[in-house]
Design a protein around this ligand. Structure first.
Ligand code: SF4
Length: 72
């Protein structure tokens, strides 16, 4: 049975080959994304709390290279 939006579990992933290090995701949602020393974003909360689902989805939508994907 499909899960409702409320029950969906959001798991963000950054594709390091696509990330251009613009810093937008860290700026928008520092609880989940952080820039590494190599200038590439990483996920620091692979299993974010539900109140962060909106910001995480916004980051995925706004990432200029579509480097952020989400499994739900
Ligand atoms: Fe990389 Fe996208 Fe984050 Fe920019 S928004 S740092 S391109 S993952």
């Amino acid at each position: 049975m499909p899960r409702t939006a409320e029950e969906a579990i959001v798991k963000p992933v950054v594709d390091s080959d696509l990330c251009i290090g613009c810093g937008l995701c860290e700026e928008m949602c520092p609880e989940v994304f952080a820039m590494g020393e190599d200038g590439i974003a990483r996920v620091i909360a692979a299993d974010p709390t539900p109140e962060l689902y909106g910001p995480v989805r916004d980051c995925a939508d706004m990432c200029p290279t579509e480097a952020i994907s989400i499994t739900e």
